[in-house]
Every structure is written in C-alpha cells, then in structure tokens.
Design a protein around this ligand. Structure first.
Ligand SMILES: Cc1ncc(COP(=O)(O)O)c(C=O)c1O
Ligand SMILES: C[C@@H](O)[C@H](N)C(=O)O
Length: 349
C-alpha cells in the first residue's frame, strides 16, 4: 500500500527500456545529440508552439527555480499560493536562483489562487516605490498541492490579472499530465493559449527516473535561461539520458496513459474513503492526490498493516484519543494497483 508520494514509484518499464536503448556508443554531449534535439521538436509539436524554447533539467525544483529566475529580477515579487511547492518545499531554491526574489503569498481554496485575492495582493505590492519589492511574476501549480486542478478558463483568469500589471506567469507542472487529462483540454489550451509564459513540464512523478522540461513559450529569454541552467549546475553532460527518458515518456502518448491510470486510482480510493462512516475528503480529488480525514484508530490500523502515506500536516500524532479525526494525503501513481486500493480500504474502518 504505497501512497506516500508518486515520487516513491519506480520508472515505467517503457521509459527504462528507452534509457537502456540510449546507452549505446558515443553521442554528442550537453544536449547536442540527435535525441535531445528530437525531444525539443516533439514537445514543440505537442504544445503547438514551434518557436518555444525547451530545456531539460533533472528535478522539478530546478525547473521551477530556474524558470522564476528567467521571469523576474532579484527585486521582483513572485506571487504564489501560500501552499505552493516553491514556497513550502524547495528550501528557498527560487529565492536563491533569482538572487533574492521575495515570495508573496496569495490565498484560495484547494491551493488554487483566487483571482481577486491575486489582484489585491499585486496591487498592494510595490506602492512604496523604491522602498518595496517590485511586482515581478506569478507562479501557479497545476495540479495543485491540494490535488485540485485549474481549468484552462481558471488559468486564463489568473493570467488576465497578471496581464493587468504586465507580469509573466509560470506554471509549476510537476503533475501537468494529471491536470491535463483531468481537464480534458489540449496542452496549448492549458498553457500559452491561456497566457502562461513558462511551464515546468513534469516527467519524474509520472513515470520517469528524473527529468523535467522547461518550456519558454516566448523564446526571448532562451539564452539567459541556458546560461542560468549551466551556471546552476543543471546542464547534464550526458544529456542523452534525460532526453531518452523524455522521448520514452512522450512516445505513443504514454505520458497521458500513465496519468490517466494514476488519476483513476485516486478517484477509486477517494470514492472508497468517502463511503466510510467517519471519513471525509478535505479537497476535491481531481488528479492523483487524495486528502482526507478519518479517525486516529483507522490510521493506527493502516500503519500497523504497513500502509505508506503521510499524515498531512506531518506533525499530527498517532497517540491520542482513538476517535479523533486526523488528516492525511494519499498519492497514487502509474504503478498503483487496484489491489492496493482494496487493501487500504479494507483497513479503513
Ligand atoms: C507540485 C510540485 N512541484 C515541484 C516539485 C519538485 O520536484 P522535485 O522534488 O523533483 O524537485 C514537487 C515534488 O514532488 C511537487 O510536488
Ligand atoms: C516534498 C514533497 O511534497 C513532494 N514534492 C511530494 O509531493 O511528495
């Protein structure tokens, strides 16, 4: 019963096979090889963005932090949700790689920024002139850190607010595939057609070993991004092995199939939990993460049975009154099985 994170899943077999197939002979390094160039072409096709600049990096944190550095100045504010990964889980990487940008937090249900709250927060920022951080950029996460998604219309509404202040918008798409198949739109509709300027396109959580693509839909910042990637230590010399993963991931729309499976397993788990007396969902299950509360006694039973998942927030204790509800996050992946779901639910009573 492995629900701690999609980061704990292995590599999808077809992607491991693509890695192995790439391990032949000598090829150009640092992204100059044919497969690296082919991946750029393929991603431009998928996003209907023939002029986009595309760069592979090894982690989502690198993709996010380098994207922020490309979109804002050190004195710029990065407007994001208060539970955004760039705020809560990247150890200050965005602040570090931007040279000191300040993350300015915005509220909204289900870790989705509310457009009115965003407008108020941006308007409030920088009014003091030289004495304040300036308005820099906006970053949104899709699927969100609460397992919800933004529809293309919701993305467009936030981008329209950002555009009122002439701010670029980044999307943390560590779980982009999960959001996309849930929304049922095209990659272009979810991104540049809605106003997104830079996308962290996730592969790692959805079956790759470790690869993310930064897609700059306006290539004007391309060369600066390349310099920042190299200077940040994120330009792989044996780049073919990042490209091989991404090529295998995109081959035959495998990336969409993997996300559909993860989402379907989360929907199954979510429906099962909802049917248990004393259990309830904390956020809508719209991608591959389930947030729910249920009695401490059930958590004890699940932990005793070996279930792997996080109490959420982490610092809740299994010690205490048995009937008290504790909240938890369960994450499904391409590797989740129906048997795992059934076993988990059998212990939730
Ligand atoms: C929403 C989100 N963005 C970014 C990341 C960062 O990815 P990484 O841990 O590969 O740096 C994660 C990690 O799981 C994440 O959940
Ligand atoms: C750090 C932790 O939040 C990780 N990003 C996950 O979603 O599992």
């Amino acid at each position: 019963m492995h629900f701690a994170s999609d980061n704990t899943a292995g590599v999808a077999p077809a992607i491991m096979a693509a890695l192995s197939a790439a391990n032949a002979g000598h090829v150009a390094s640092y992204g100059a090889d044919a497969q690296s160039k082919a991946v750029v072409t393929r991603l431009r096709e998928i996003f209907e963005a023939p002029e986009a600049a595309v760069y592979l990096v090894p982690t989502g944190t690198a993709a996010n932090a380098l994207s922020c550095a490309a979109l804002t100045q050190p004195w710029g504010a990065i407007f994001c949700h208060r539970n955004a990964h760039i705020e809560e889980d990247e150890c200050g990487a965005p602040e570090f790689y931007t040279g000191g940008s300040k993350l300015v937090l915005v509220d909204g249900a289900d870790a989705k920024m509310d457009p009115q709250a965003l407008r108020r927060t941006i308007a409030h920022t920088g009014r003091g002139g030289i004495h304040n951080v300036q308005r820099g950029m906006v970053s949104i996460t899709n699927a969100t850190e609460a397992g919800a998604i933004y529809t293309p219309e919701e993305v467009a509404a936030l981008c329209a607010v950002a555009q009122e202040f002439k701010l670029p918008v980044h999307m943390d798409g560590a779980r982009f595939a999960n959001a996309l198949v849930s929304a049922g739109c095209t990659p272009a509709e979810m991104t540049w057609k809605a106003g997104i300027e830079a996308l962290s396109f996730g592969g790692t959580k959805n079956g790759c070993m470790g690869v993310e693509a930064v897609i700059l839909f306006d290539p004007k910042r391309a060369w600066e991004f390349e310099l920042r990637r190299k200077r940040g230590g994120h330009l792989f010399s044996k780049h073919r092995f990042l490209a091989a993963q991404m090529a295998g991931y995109l081959e035959g729309d495998l990336w969409l199939d993997l996300a559909r499976h993860a989402n379907a397993m989360a929907a199954k788990l979510s429906a099962g939990i909802s049917a248990v007396p004393g259990a309830h969902l904390l956020h809508p299950t719209q991608a591959n993460e389930v947030f729910a509360a249920f009695p401490r006694s059930a958590h004890r039973q699940l932990h005793a049975a070996g279930a792997a998942y996080y109490l959420w927030p982490f610092d809740q204790s299994l010690e205490g009154e048995a009937s008290e509800p504790l909240s938890a996050r369960m994450v499904t992946s391409w590797a989740t099985t129906e048997e795992e779901i059934a076993t988990f639910l059998s212990h939730l009573k």
